[in-house]
Design a protein around this ligand. Structure first.
Ligand SMILES: Nc1nc2c(ncn2[C@@H]2O[C@H](COP(=O)(O)OP(=O)(O)OP(=O)(O)O)[C@@H](O)[C@H]2O)c(=O)[nH]1
Ligand SMILES: [Mg+2]
Length: 457
């Protein structure tokens, strides 16, 4: 990452720079003394300036007023990223903002900040932990209310608390190994061994609680996917269009109309979901349709919430296999056709698990259908996260990786008595944990996190 080792004063507009707005906020970070900007303000910056107080003044260049602004000084380390920060609230015309940025670059010794650079400095100065930075990333890029809540939860350090406890237990175990090297004679070998095994067990127990949380979180909880699946002609595309209130997917009585999945954002009560219409599942000789069906099966496996649509008049081969999947909701379609009840009963007789879900006729869907669906999805979501912060992919992978190293270490600790070997294995575990917690952050991880940030954050 370009800016990893640089601490020059940086400047950026932290509000929108693509459209005119009433106001824009420009931030300058990492300068030594406010006095260096004295020539640009009517207010005397060489005199006493109270930190975190707003001053109304004029921005000037060579005697000419550029803008009427408000300035606030945040003196490091009591600032967002620990550095001295000057925040300017200026008029939000994009040309005005550009002109002010240029002024400080050309005459004020600043350079334009890279995306996320302010926050990177907060990480470097230990104002934020890595998981808090990830929370901020999630928060700022959130497309759903879920993501906003989760970003905020991470940002406020909830996950970090869990990690910190884990890290403390790891250090305790590490010290138990050191104790058995250096002081075994003083405290007795048996007592040293007990301390060693007890502390390992305590750490492993805490860690397993984290591993347990990874399992149910294999779905994307940041933008939950709702998938519509079923045999051809079961009415998936009809429901898809209905929920989107537009003729987005082609609907026809020809089986196999939808050949690849379609995804659209659906907003219910302010929350964005990804609604997915899929290809009807059947045996097909057609290469493209087969590929579409393969993708459908994958979507079905990966989706957060799955709905099976059943047209009881068109049950074909492959239905048994389809029904074996787990669905969150089953909808019977074609209820308006004569003989529906008998046809439905016959299907339920063959597949009793479909019975309790009831039948819903698309044409008579209640006005509150979306709200019902939302409530069901929301309920599942809340049960899944169980009030705990979501684990992002990086964390999930590292937790599973660390679990393997821990299992290996536990095995070695049972059979090995050579403290040097144990120490080496423990170091490997320590490295994994440090990475999880963010004490050690390889450049590629920082790169991938900060590449999502906008300029000015
Ligand atoms: N009478 C009646 N017709 C329906 C109902 N739902 C869908 N249809 C019709 O059934 C046919 C198939 O509907 P689609 O929505 O295209 O079915 P699909 O599941 O997307 O089918 P594929 O894309 O081939 O997998 C169309 O002619 C729809 O108009 C329903 O509840 N009642
Ligand atoms: Mg379709």
């Amino acid at each position: 990452m370009k800016f990893l080792y640089s601490d020059d004063p940086i400047i950026a507009c932290s509000t929108c720079t693509h459209a005119h707005a009433a106001m824009g906020v420009i931030r300058i970070s990492g300068f030594k003394s406010l006095a260096q900007f004295a020539p640009f303000f009517e207010k005397d910056l060489t005199g006493p300036i109270e930190p975190r107080r707003v001053y109304y003044t004029k921005l000037v260049l060579q005697g000419q007023t550029i803008d009427d602004i408000c300035l606030t000084y945040f003196q490091g380390p009591k600032s967002y990223n620990g550095e001295n920060i000057l925040e300017l609230s200026v008029h939000g015309n994009t040309l005005n903002i550009e002109r002010i940025l240029e002024l400080f670059v050309a005459h004020g010794g600043c350079r334009l900040a890279n995306p996320g650079e302010f926050t990177y400095r907060a990480l470097k100065n230990k104002k934020l932990t890595l998981s808090q930075v990830e929370g901020l990333d999630l928060f700022l890029n959130a497309n759903t209310g879920y993501a906003l809540d989760q970003g905020l939860s991470l940002l406020s350090g909830n996950l970090q608390e869990v990690y910190q406890e884990l890290y403390d237990l790891f250090l305790k175990h590490k010290s138990s190994l050191e104790l058995s090297i250096d002081f075994a004679e003083d405290i007795g070998e048996e007592a040293a061994h007990k301390y060693y095994t007890d502390s390992l067990e305590e750490f492993a127990r805490k860690f397993q609680a984290l591993v347990k949380r990874v399992r149910p979180m294999e779905h994307n909880l940041i933008q939950p996917e709702i998938v519509l699946a079923g045999l051809p002609n079961s009415g998936k595309s009809s429901l898809f269009n209905y929920l989107l209130s537009e003729e987005r997917a082609i609907v026809s009585s020809i089986a196999g109309t939808t050949r690849d999945y379609l995804a659209e954002t659906m907003v219910i009560e302010g929350v964005k979901y990804k609604l997915i219409d899929t290809a009807g599942i059947r045996e097909s000789e057609d290469v493209i349709e087969s590929e579409g069906i393969k993708r459908t099966k994958k979507k079905l496996k990966d989706s957060f919430f799955s709905i099976l649509l059943v047209n009881p008049f068109e049950i074909i081969e492959g239905f048994d296999e389809l029904v074996n999947n787990d669905f969150d909701l089953v909808l019977f379609t074609h209820e308006d056709l004569p003989g529906f009840q008998a046809a439905r009963d016959a299907v339920v007789k063959m597949h009793p698990k479909l019975g309790p879900m009831g039948a819903i006729d698309l044409k008579s869907l209640p006005v509150t259908w979306e709200a019902t669906l939302h409530a069901l999805v929301n309920e599942k979501y809340l049960n899944t996260i169980d009030g705990k912060p979501i684990l992002l992919d990086r964390h999930k992978q590292l937790i599973l990786q660390t679990n393997q190293v821990l299992t290996n270490y536990q095995q070695v600790s049972r059979s090995e008595t050579d403290v040097a070997i144990l120490s080496q294995e423990l170091n490997a575990l320590g490295h994994c944990i440090s990475e999880l917690i963010g004490i050690v952050s390889p450049d590629q991880i920082l790169n991938s996190i900060f590449s999502n940030f906008c300029i000015g954050k």
